[in-house]
Write a new protein. Structure first.
Ligand code: FEO
Ligand code: CA
Ligand code: CA
Ligand code: CA
Length: 604
């Protein structure tokens, strides 16, 4: 059976060994070259990377930190020349700033036990300069790249090259634009926002725009929304549902808008999908509020057979939801300009995965069911600002952390990565989230009825329960042909290549969790080999694998190595690896890796 399953596989490469070490590994016969690292020039006149003397001004002209989503826009129809679109999700101050973080010993006392001494990483005092570097290292990069003599290179004088940061001017567009709940002291119009935050995965539209998904925006806000003795602030429940203010960063100490006591509506201006026209470096990015406000992992788009545009998004939080949006207007392949505001008008749906394998896409439309003024929704803008609460009222299925949701145009299927949820209790299981203490996650396959991506009643099944199949109690369901290297935990991002094949990248594998680093696995979805997985690429210690993206000809694969070296008590001085430079004078650096074959043939 094993031989048969292997021969039925849609993939043809020799898988690599799973494991943990300081560098990356790719399947034999492939080249894996570092294309862009944190601090690299994005413009011909960008300053050289000088980590000991970094400034916000330099960072705003250099490649940002923690590359995540990757998109590619072919230029002049070429698969060897285009624009690379890269999200910079977040920053690791302890790995970025020399002398800023230290390993300290701390005594921890647990009741009834002797105090124990533990080591932890403690960061120093934030200054405005450090905060401004962090803000400039967030956002995105648009950069021209070209394959010359078989190797991809950045084109530093590319006319479209651009850095997007937390200072970039954007507009709020769609039903929430101009609403009272998004007005601030700096912006009484409620339409003009600076920057985008925590852009995790994203998407690329059929009309060639770049979608940046705002994910964990709550982490950037500090301050007290309601002071003692005062009545509760009107946004308190809204912010409570998304975790604002979480205070992961110290930006509020230097920039009032990140302090909710000073600017209570600013958090309502984040948590959206941002659409950027990469062909015009002066274009003003638009936050498409019709797609809802939550912790968007990504936003992948497909043109439905009837011409409407459908986008899919996961809301990455334990017990949150899977969404899709169906545009009112239709895609016009002959008139790019006619498509530029398609994402402003349409219907947002949330998924209910029924026990019998059917799936209801429930509309989040004002006036329908419980989505009324009696429940605090005066209009559609309120539903979009508080998307999660509206979905709660509809009884959507609470999922095990939805990450990427990827439609496959070749098969009409849609793949949902559910990364893990260790808080899932045995008495709270459902067919779509069937494992208690789900440490390794699973992948759901949706079949939209009749290939109609706008369908409101479809079916679903679980493609894979992840984890080590040799440990019976894990309950993993990889095929018998999957080797000890081929299984994985914690699916996160995924890609469908030009041949309709599924590739899955992971976040959370480690020596401790699974005895292997994160990486990229090729997963068969069709025929005899369905459920067979093979390891193609693995990251250096401490990193997660993001951004898998194939060029349209399938000959190039771009991968984002995010937070390398971030393992254990890692600091700037003592990272778990110094990938990719391995130079003692340089810090570990997140980087985009490009995979090709010497003969230029299709990957995998
Ligand atoms: Fe930024 Fe859902 O990972
Ligand atoms: Ca990530
Ligand atoms: Ca992710
Ligand atoms: Ca993740």
């Amino acid at each position: 059976r094993e031989a048969k399953a292997a021969s039925a596989s849609a993939f043809d490469f020799t898988e690599i060994e799973a494991g943990v070490d300081e560098t990356h590994h790719v399947a034999e016969g492939y080249d894996a070259d570092v294309l862009l690292r944190w601090g690299d020039k994005v413009f011909a006149d960008s300053p050289e990377f000088d980590p000991a003397n970094q400034t916000a001004a330099a960072q705003a002209r250099q490649f940002g930190y923690n590359n995540d989503y990757i998109g590619f826009v072919p230029l002049e129809g070429s698969a060897e020349h285009g624009l690379l679109l890269v999200n910079h999700e977040y920053t690791n101050a302890e790995l970025m700033f020399p002398g800023f973080a230290m390993v300290v010993k701390e005594k921890i006392e647990k009741e009834g036990q002797e105090p124990v001494e533990v080591e932890k990483v403690k960061t120093g005092e934030y200054t405005r300069d450090l905060v401004d570097i962090e803000m400039a290292a967030h956002g995105g990069t648009i950069i021209e790249i070209r394959k010359t003599n078989g190797k991809w290179q950045p084109v530093l004088d590319g006319a479209m090259n651009r850095r997007i940061t937390v200072d970039t001017e954007m507009t709020l567009s769609g039903p929430v634009a101009g609403h009272d709940r998004v007005k601030t002291k700096a912006d009484p119009s409620g339409t003009r926002v600076f920057g985008t935050l925590n852009n995790c995965a994203g998407g690329f539209t059929p009309w060639g725009t770049y979608l940046m998904a705002e994910e964990n925006f709550h982490g950037y806000f500090t301050g007290e929304l309601t002071r003692e003795g005062e009545p509760e602030h009107p946004e308190a429940a809204n912010y409570g549902r998304v975790g604002v203010p979480a205070g992961w960063y110290n930006w509020g100490a230097f920039h009032d808008r990140f302090d909710v006591a000073k600017e209570p509506n600013e958090p309502n201006r984040f948590g959206w999908i941002v659409e950027v026209d990469p062909m015009d470096p002066n274009s003003v990015p638009k936050k498409r509020t019709a797609l809802g406000r939550f912790k968007h992992e990504g936003c992948e788009t497909i043109v439905n057979p009837d011409g409407r545009v459908v986008t899919y998004s996961g809301d990455d939080e334990r017990f949150d939801y899977v969404y899709k949006f169906v545009s009112t207007g239709t895609f016009n392949a002959d008139d790019r300009a006619a498509n530029m505001d398609l994402l402003d008008e349409g219907t947002l749906y949330v998924a209910k995965f029924n026990e019998d394998g059917s799936l209801d896409w429930m509309p989040l439309t004002h006036g329908e069911g419980p989505l009324t003024a009696e429940n605090g929704f005066a209009g559609q803008a309120d539903i979009l600002i508080e998307t999660r609460r509206a979905a709660d009222l509809l009884g959507a299925t609470k999922m095990d952390r939805p990450e990427d949701v990827q439609p496959n145009a070749k098969t009409g299927k849609v793949y949902v990565m559910l990364t893990n949820n260790t808080r899932r209790k045995a008495d709270d299981l459902n067919a779509a989230n069937p494992r208690a203490g789900n440490a390794f996650g699973h992948i759901i396959e949706i079949s939209e009825t009749g290939g109609d991506f706008a369908s409101t009643r479809s079916t679903w099944e679980i493609l894979l329960r992840c984890g080590d199949p040799s440990v019976a109690e894990v309950g993993a369901t990889f095929s018998a042909a999957t080797t000890a290297n081929g299984w994985f935990g914690m699916p996160d991002n995924c890609a469908i290549d030009a041949d309709g094949r599924l590739w899955v990248s992971t976040d959370g594998n480690s020596q401790k969790a699974t005895g292997r680093t994160d990486g990229l696995w090729a997963v068969d979805t069709e025929g005899e080999a369905r459920g067979t997985s093979r390891l193609f690429f693995r990251v250096p210690v401490g990193a997660e694998m993001c951004g898998p993206l194939f060029t349209p000809d399938g000959a190039t694969l771009f991968l984002a190595v995010q937070h390398p070296g971030d393992e254990g008590l890692a600091t700037y001085e003592n990272p778990a690896t110094r990938w990719p430079d391995f130079d003692p004078a340089l810090p570990v650096r997140p980087a985009v890796v490009v995979i090709t074959r010497a003969d230029g043939a299709r990957i995998g």
